[in-house]
Design a binder for this molecule. Structure first.
Ligand code: AMP
Ligand code: ZN
Length: 796
């Protein structure tokens, strides 16, 4: 349907006819250039074709795009005034319709909803302009239309515009047919009232957003008089809009659950123009308290002053959601995903906030929750997954079974990283118990460092080198390398001086400890302890380690290395738990072996003054030393492997690397504070003993092969026994008939060694170890590629 009588200026082609004309401003046609109108010379209109362009209007953070203006001229008769506006429309690139009667004007307006209507008000005998204006205003869509009355030039007194305003006119135009005057008027209208109305129209979208929001939103004036609350606010708080609007915020009852000075804090903050965000208790109409995450934003308006406060409130507990708002969640299917996710966030917040004591993890979760509130949905959802993970207890244990792990990795990890609590078996097999070893008679007389036989002393000459051959020492000492190497290394580090103990006591102690290692174990015997002691001493000589640790830490590390596997039965924790061994029962299936090593070490040391190396130190020093030794021995437990490595990397390597990146190499103070903080020293010591404990893949190839053979043999013996006793087989790949040792070593290196030594090397600078590791790994790969299962290739 078109207008009864109209002039359409569209795409700058002027139709001046009394008939219907085609509407030619479909959206595709509105993109185009600036107008190239006639100069203001009063030249007659020339139809010409040219595309129109959208105007961009900025409205706060919103971008609005405006079609060319639609203008309706209502003139009973065409005259110079109507022609003036027609020409001006064409020049300004507006679309113009001309109606001659109120009826056709209304019809045309109902169809096109013009932005601007210019009504001839000069000749009351033709039609009643004010009545027409009222009729146009009665059409719903006219709210944002600007209506102008063209009035006669007053010959005597200026008349009041009030009747025009009452009729619904926005403005009057005193007749002036000069084309340029018409044009200027149109431009002022466009850039003034029409543009303002255009922006106001966009407010509808914004209000729709507010009305649909799941958050309770309240807007107040600068004096904190409530101006707006949205339906979610009504639903959550139990008020009707009418009960709140116009009320001062202080008139609304407050919850007593907030801290007394909270309101004042909030007010001080927002009155300074700063946003406030935090947890706040509000009181519902029915008197219930509701905990909300509240964000109050001051909005700057006229005069650069705060003109409104916008408060966005999210309940922290799903139970607080009223039925109305949960119905809304169901109804608004488009926002389902979003609302589900935010509900999830609310409930996690609720769980956290219901905790009274704030643990570090609680703080972390709170920070993430707060960050989620202002994050885009993909980030918020990713953070949801982060929260899920954080809520699990095994934060540092990689999850197996997600990837296609090979059976060697699975078995090793299963065997080393789980304990009885996660590997339950109903088997009640109990290992026989035994009394601690006393000194064997031939070792009862302690030897002195001075009377170490020359062959042994000679073997130990290369002790300072990483490539030191511990197996030579094992042979030379008849499987008592720990005592001899211990004497040498402890003396080198001045342990007796530190402990203020006679060398004889140290010797006795070393002998007792060594006697309690099982020489029958192929791997976990005193040679392994001596090897770990050797690696520990080697690491303690590294510059970074020296910078980090105090003498007491060094002494603790040497003692811990010496005792760390004492009385090891040659079976894994899982085995002991499955077998229901006394040790597993004693230690509740948790860190069974490591707890036993540490406890037994102190029992053996302190039960007899002859070997009590702690007898001569002060009580406090003993407590510190004891604590450090226990911590290090427990750190060798493989269930905590990733925890220790990750903590070390995050707390030490990353901060050091960040300092270096910032050119802070010379920032001695910062480096020192990272290296020597008590927490970080603990992490360094744990990492040190862990690396020493499983450093065999970083030893020279021959030594590495020997260790691999020994650990494999110990695992095979366990599998044999599991089968014999009908126990669950913890590591089925370690079956002596089928096992590929190269594969098992590749898995062990891949899973436990590479990352850990990368981190340790980054800290302590150990290029020779890394080189060996690389060689050894290639060696095992080479065997595996040849499908060999053995330790060495068969002789050619
Ligand atoms: P610990 O019992 O204190 O010596 O802890 C180290 C763990 O790593 C032990 O469970 C060993 O069985 C294991 N392990 C050490 N070296 C190897 C290796 N070369 N291959 C497989 N497992 C090893
Ligand atoms: Zn060990």
């Amino acid at each position: 349907m078109g207008c009864a009588s109209s002039i359409h200026i569209s795409d700058r082609v002027v139709y001046h006819s009394g008939k219907e004309s085609e509407d030619s401003h479909s959206p595709q046609q509105t993109n185009a250039t600036q107008h190239q109108g006639n100069p203001a010379s009063g030249l007659p209109l020339k139809p010409h074709s040219c595309k129109t362009t959208l105007t961009e209007v900025q409205f706060g953070p919103m971008k609005l795009f405006k079609d060319p203006l639609q203008v309706l001229l209502v003139f009973a008769k065409e005259d110079s005034q109507s022609n003036g506006f027609c020409w001006a429309c064409e020049k300004a690139n507006y679309r113009c319709s001309l109606a001659h009667t109120p009826e056709s004007a209304l019809e045309c307006f109902s169809e096109k909803h013009h932005d601007l209507v210019i009504v001839d008000h000069r000749h009351s005998r033709h039609f009643d302009a004010e009545a027409l204006c009222r009729s146009i205003r009665a059409v719903n869509s006219s709210e944002n239309t600007v209506i102008v009355a063209v009035v006669k030039r007053p010959d005597r007194e200026e008349a009041s515009v009030m009747p025009l305003i009452n009729a619904g006119f926005n403005r009057r135009y005193v007749e002036n047919a000069n084309m340029m005057a018409c044009y200027n008027e149109l431009l002022q209208l466009e850039h003034g009232e029409v543009r303002a109305q255009f922006k106001l129209r966009a407010c509808n979208a914004i209000f729709t957003a507010l009305e649909q929001s799941q958050d309770a939103i309240e807007i107040t004036s600068e004096d904190q008089v409530i101006q707006y609350v949205n339906p979610a606010y009504e639903a959550i708080m139990g008020y009707q809009q009418g009960e709140l609007l116009g009320k001062e915020i202080i008139e609304v009852p407050k919850s007593e659950k907030n801290k007394p000075d909270l309101l004042e804090t909030i007010n001080t903050c927002i009155r300074k123009g700063k946003e406030w965000q935090g947890i706040y208790y509000a009181k519902k109409k029915n008197g219930d308290n509701i905990q909300q995450n509240v964000k109050i934003t001051p909005v700057i308006g006229q005069g650069g002053k705060i003109r409104h406060y916008v408060s966005i409130n999210r309940p922290l507990n799903d139970n607080n959601k009223s039925e109305k708002s949960s119905e809304r969640v169901q109804a608004e299917s488009q926002t389902d995903i979003q609302s589900r996710s935010s509900q999830r966030r609310h409930s996690s917040m609720a769980r956290i906030h219901s905790m009274t004591i704030e643990a570090p993890i609680t703080k972390v979760i709170n920070i993430i929750n707060a960050a989620q509130e202002s994050s885009p949905m993909p980030v918020a959802e990713a953070l949801d997954r982060v929260l899920e993970i954080l809520r699990t207890t095994e934060l540092y244990s990689p999850q197996l079974g997600t990837k296609d792990e090979d059976p060697h990795t699975n078995d090793l990890v299963g065997g080393l990283m789980t304990d009885g609590l996660r590997r339950l078996s109903g088997n009640e097999y109990i290992l026989s118990t035994k009394q601690p070893h006393h000194l064997p008679s031939h070792l009862a007389t302690p030897l002195s460092l001075n009377d170490i036989p020359p062959r042994i002393a000679q073997t130990m000459e290369t002790e300072g080198s990483w490539d030191f051959d511990i197996f030579n020492l094992e042979a030379a000492t008849m499987k008592r390398p720990l005592t001899y190497l211990g004497l040498k290394i402890f003396s080198k580090f001045g342990v007796c001086e530190f402990l203020n103990c006679p060398e004889a006591t140290l010797r006795s102690w070393l002998q007792v400890i060594e006697a309690n290692y099982h020489s029958s174990n192929s791997y976990h015997n005193s040679t392994h302890a001596a090897d770990v002691l050797h690696a520990t001493a080697y690491f303690l000589c590294k510059e970074r380690v020296k910078q980090s640790l105090d003498p007491i830490d060094e002494v603790a590390a040497l003692i811990a290395a010496t005792v760390h596997d004492v009385d090891h039965p040659g079976r894994t924790n899982s085995f002991l738990c499955n077998a229901g061994s006394e040790l597993a029962i004693l230690y509740n299936d948790t860190a069974v072996l490591e707890s036993h090593h540490a406890a037994l070490a102190f029992q053996l040391t302190t039960r007899d003054d002859k070997c009590n190396i702690f007898k001569y130190i002060e009580r406090n020093e003993y407590r510190t030393l004891r604590q450090a030794v226990i911590d290090m021995v427990l750190a060798t437990e493989m269930t905590k492997h990733f925890e220790h490595v990750n903590k070390f990397v995050n707390s030490i390597n990353k901060p050091l690397a960040a300092l270096e990146e910032n050119g802070g190499n010379n920032d001695e103070e910062s480096v020192k504070s990272i290296l020597t903080s008590p927490e970080n020293r603990i992490l360094v010591k744990r990492m040190l003993i862990k690396c020493a404990d499983i450093s065999n893949p970083c030893r020279p190839l021959e030594l590495c092969i020997e260790w691999a053979g020994r650990i494999s043999e110990e695992y095979f013996a366990q599998t044999d026994e599991e089968k014999r006793q009908g126990l669950p087989v913890v590591m089925p790949v370690f079956d002596r008939h089928t096992c590929s040792i190269p594969k098992s070593q590749i898995s062990f290196i891949d899973y436990f060694i590479t990352d850990m030594f990368d981190a340790w090397d980054a800290f302590a600078d150990l290029p020779n170890l890394m080189q060996h590791l690389d060689n050894n790994f290639k060696y095992w790969k080479g065997l595996d590629e040849r499908k060999l299962h053995s330790l060495r290739p068969p002789p050619e």
